[in-house]
Design a binder for this molecule. Structure first.
Ligand SMILES: Cc1cc2nc3c(=O)[nH]c(=O)nc-3n(C[C@H](O)[C@H](O)[C@H](O)COP(=O)(O)OP(=O)(O)OC[C@H]3O[C@@H](n4cnc5c(N)ncnc54)[C@H](O)[C@@H]3O)c2cc1C
Length: 439
């Protein structure tokens, strides 16, 4: 039996390792964290609607039923596709007969001055928790200033600027817009508190249809979010953000949803890189010229229809992970590798409570409201099913989230409702964030 080293324990790496483990293949799964995180629910953590522990699961528990898979917690410094070797920051190395690169993506700041230092990306549970703690502190400061000095609140504390109108930007802006509106209606935030979303394009949710663009804009506006198109962020500072039209907004909270590129490991590995610094892979997910090396998920440019690569989506990550595992098994059996067939589940976004938009099927049929929510629910249940056996708990929580008629509450009115995954303390991931503020 071969030994497979998988770098990255996200949706792609976990799907690959679980599939190989099902056939008792020896796998070493390497990740800097000892948990798997579920990114589609990060905005819920950042807006205090879910505790971070509910959107992550210890990898040890995920692989409890796969004894041939070993999880190695290690910060990887470099990957060598020529020797199929992974080297940790501590100098430790691991070599496999096969190497699967599944190291994900990182925020792309496009060289904007100050963005890396002063803005908040939303790519990991640590990012989400850091943003939540920072927001809680800013709202406390802003509210205190407002009540002490009458109509003179600390504007930078109660202004949030979201950069980018893609799904990440729209979802967090929707949740925070709703939260701000609720807190204002209870006089717990000054009227001047605002959530801005800026995008250099002309529409929200660009890959969606015009109808969905309008739906998202209507819903965000309804939640009180101020949306500005056709402007780019040119500079981010600790107390303000500068826009390309000359506007300067006072804020200590700039949320970066402006795009992503491959994680830094891609650049170290010696494989050919394409758009976004991602590892170019063939239709069979193999890296050309390096026998037994595969690239999956967000870190890879996976050929899609036409000349375009498949998008960075959970379903692509999960399906490509499974497919790479099957191609490894095929190669071991002396069979040809098969080209990856992606089953497109559609694209969807939640824009605050009771507002969802989805485009499903080959013809991207557009649905809104409760039907879109049902599609969102179905997709997320599929994405979660690889790691949790209590999908009923997720469905119950999501139904309550979507339909409940209660204001979102940032730490003030008690604890957020939880997903009842498990009562077992061993099932809780260890997520440590002590310092609020940018990374
Ligand atoms: C905010 C947000 C919302 C999203 N919402 C949706 C959605 O609604 N629907 C959808 O389909 N998709 C969504 N996505 C996209 C989806 O989550 C990703 O496509 C998917 O998680 C990618 O999986 P992956 O395994 O390729 O990468 P990741 O999940 O990023 O996993 C990469 C892993 O590699 C590890 N790693 C990286 N570098 C190192 C290193 N040097 N050493 C050790 N370990 C390392 C990381 O710790 C991580 O665990 C969203 C993404 C984000 C950020």
């Amino acid at each position: 039996m071969p030994k497979v080293v998988v770098v990255g324990g996200g949706m792609a790496g976990v799907a690959c390792a679980r599939e190989l483990g099902r056939r008792d293949v020896e796998v070493v799964l390497v990740d800097r964290n000892d948990y798997l995180q579920f990114q589609p629910l990060l905005y819920q953590v950042a807006s205090s609607q879910l505790p971070a522990e509910d959107v992550a699961r210890p990898l040890r528990v995920v692989f409890e039923d796969r004894p041939s898979v070993t999880v190695e917690q290690m910060d990887v410094a470099s990957v060598d596709v020529a020797t199929k070797t992974v080297t940790g920051n501590d100098g430790k190395t691991m070599t496999g007969d096969y190497l699967v690169i599944a190291a994900g993506a990182q925020p792309n700041f496009f060289g904007v001055t100050g963005a890396r230092e002063h803005s908040f990306p939303l790519y990991s549970v640590v990012d989400a928790e850091r943003l939540r703690l920072h927001l809680r502190e800013q709202l406390r400061v802003g509210t205190a200033a407002g009540s002490a000095a009458g109509p003179d609140p600390d504007t930078a504390a109660v202004t949030v600027v979201v950069v980018g109108g893609g799904p990440t930007g729209v979802e967090i802006a929707g949740a925070l817009g709703e939260l701000f509106a609720a807190l204002k209606s209870e006089h717990r935030l000054p009227d001047s508190a605002a959530v801005h979303l800026v995008d250099h394009g002309r529409a929200l949710l660009a890959p969606f249809s015009d109808k969905s663009h309008q739906y998202a804009l209507d819903k965000l506006t309804h939640h009180g979010v101020k949306v500005t198109f056709g402007v780019a962020v040119t500079q981010v500072g600790p107390e303000n953000v500068q826009l390309s039209d000359g506007t300067q907004l006072p804020t200590r909270t700039v949320i970066w949803g402006g795009g992503e590129s491959a994680g830094p490991l891609a650049g170290t590995c010696g494989a050919p890189l394409g758009r976004g610094g991602r590892v170019d892979v063939g239709p069979d997910l193999a890296v050309a010229g390096f026998d037994g090396v595969f690239g999956i998920g967000d870190v890879a440019n996976i050929p899609g229809p036409g000349d375009r690569a498949l998008p960075q989506l959970g379903s692509v990550a999960q399906q490509s992970g499974k497919w790479a595992a099957r191609n490894i098994l095929a190669q071991e059996a002396g069979e040809p590798l098969k080209p990856f067939k992606y089953k497109d589940k559609g694209i969807m976004a939640m824009i605050g409570r009771d507002a969802a938009v989805a485009e499903v099927g080959a013809h991207r049929h557009q649905v809104e409201g409760p039907i879109a929510f049902a599609a969102w629910l179905g997709l997320h249940a599929i994405l979660l099913s690889g790691v949790h056996n209590r999908i009923d708990a997720f469905l119950e929580w999501a139904d309550d989230y979507f339909h409940a008629d209660r204001a979102a509450d940032l730490e003030a009115g008690g604890t957020p409702s939880r997903i009842a995954w498990s009562q077992d303390p061993a099932d809780q991931p260890r997520i440590t964030v002590t310092e609020p503020g940018p990374a």
